[in-house]
Design a protein around this ligand. Structure first.
Ligand code: EPZ
Length: 419
């Protein structure tokens, strides 16, 4: 069955909505369940395509996984395999963190290169280099990556780039590796702290997540744990950008406001009034958004690359010219050409997009080409004149459990049609 998302633009969003658990925290935490025998209980796991694929990988390895609403029960007792088939590995980028997890548990792993949204090359050289520095022997043959971790020992590792996935892979591999591992120049994303909290709940000895250095003292054994995953800061930003673009007034709940500080600061600069409490943020949009002089995506706590497409769409109707620089991925302006079909005035030159705000976008049939780009097209549809049809919403389903329902709850004229 094919489906499309239909949006009749022009209604300012209003009301309140809850934010679900963070995809990019759930995925490595699910991989981490492999590290111990037992029954793990993971709460606030959203019903996402990427989560279902990760559950499939766990089941392929031999784990038993059941879902009760937003709770996943993962039983990793008994023998778990070392191998994940290419078909599954290629389904998503974060599959690569199973390499570190399986290595730690079984001391050997056979996986293939991961897949993921097309945002430019998705190399794994930093992962491989770091695991070799931990003493793993890794060779590639016939498209597979074959690892032997029987000689792994704690090591001092310096990441040349604060890669989120590489940081997670090393944490997973090192927590059952004898000796002390110190990783310098790690990613500081909140999802890394969530993974550290879960692993320590399992009995690991990890500290430093959120800073630029993480220290891991290997332990002999880990145990099953119960945990509640952090809220998804990019889903939160998506709802806020939808409200800003449509001239609305919303409150988003079950969030950690400090995770949103870079995006909130840009929303304020565009003229939105923002207030926040312990676990909520409210936004009141101006009559018309102001352009933002410059947005440059950076590793956390800088402006998140995953929110870049959302602001590309939102600023397409702002008053003035905004410059957006994408420093993390090589090709992450795919929604620009679709937004231009809706009347946006966006010029892309390599890693820079120049957004000349227009008064109005007009509804059109547009096509999602990646997860956040798809969400950006929905945001554009919310403020366009007429009806926008977004094709390939399957990309959106990778990271949003109920984007259509959430915007509908906020008053948007939006629906999903199967055909
Ligand atoms: C994670 O991807 C997220 N995915 C991405 O979110 C997010 O955009 C990214 O971090 C940056 O914040 C998950 O957590 C599942 P990286 P990851 O390793 O780990 C280069 C979304 O929309 N690099 O920090 O793949 C890489 O090519 C997704 O939810 C190497 O060169 O990101 C990229 O240019 C999209 N060699 C940059 O580093 C490596 O070995 C950042 O990659 C690894 C990465």
């Amino acid at each position: 069955m094919m489906s499309r998302i239909l949006i009749e633009g022009g209604t300012p969003l209003a009301g309140a909505v809850d934010v679900h658990g963070a995809k990019n925290a759930v995925l490595p935490i699910l991989a981490a369940t492999v590290l111990s025998e037992g029954v793990h209980v993971i709460h606030n796991c959203p019903k996402l395509k990427d989560v279902s694929i990760t559950v499939e990988m766990l089941r392929y390895l031999g784990a038993k996984v059941t879902r009760e609403d937003d709770t996943l029960i993962v039983d990793t007792r008994g023998h778990l395999g070392n191998h994940i088939p290419e078909k599954l590995m290629r389904e998503l980028r974060s599959s690569i963190v199973f390499m570190g997890a399986i290595l730690a548990r079984n001391k050997r792993a056979k996986i293939s290169a991961p897949g993921g949204c097309e945002l430019g090359p998705r190399p794994i050289d930093l992962h491989i280099k770091a695991l070799r520095e931990l003493g793993a022997s890794i060779r590639e043959s016939h498209g597979y990556i074959i690892c032997n971790g029987s000689q792994m020992r704690g090591a001092n590792i310096h990441l040349s780039f604060p890669s989120v996935g590489a940081t997670e892979n090393i944490m997973l591999a090192a927590c059952l590796t004898e000796g002390r591992t110190v990783i310098e120049n790690v990613a500081k994303e909140p999802e890394i702290l969530d993974l550290q909290n879960f692993l320590n709940r399992m009995g690991a000895k990890i500290s430093g997540a959120g800073s630029s250095q993480i220290t891991i003292d290997g332990v002999k054994e880990l145990y099953a744990a119960e945990y509640t995953v952090m809220p998804d800061r990019i889903v939160a930003a998506t709802y806020l950008c939808g409200a800003a673009a449509s001239g609305g007034r919303v409150e988003i709940r079950k969030v950690v406001p400090e995770h949103l500080s870079a995006t909130l600061s840009v929303l304020r600069e565009s003229g939105c009034e923002i207030s926040s409490g312990e676990d909520w943020v409210s936004l009141c949009a101006p009559e018309r958004l102001q352009a933002v002089r410059e947005i440059t995506t950076m590793p956390y706590p800088g402006f998140p690359t995953d929110a870049q497409s959302l602001f590309l769409a939102m600023l397409a109707v702002a008053d003035g010219t905004s410059i957006i620089k994408e420093t993390i991925f090589e090709s992450r302006f795919k929604p620009a050409e679709e937004l231009v079909r809706m009347g946006a005035d966006i010029t892309v030159d390599g890693r820079i997009a120049i957004v000349q705000g227009v008064k109005k976008l007009s509804g059109a049939t547009v096509s999602a080409k990646d997860l956040r780009g798809g969400a950006a097209l929905v945001i554009a549809g919310l403020c366009a004149e007429g009806v926008t049809e977004v094709e390939n919403p399957c990309y959106i389903d990778r990271g949003y459990a109920h984007l259509v329902e959430a915007f509908e709850q906020l008053g948007a004229k939006i629906k999903r049609v199967e055909y």
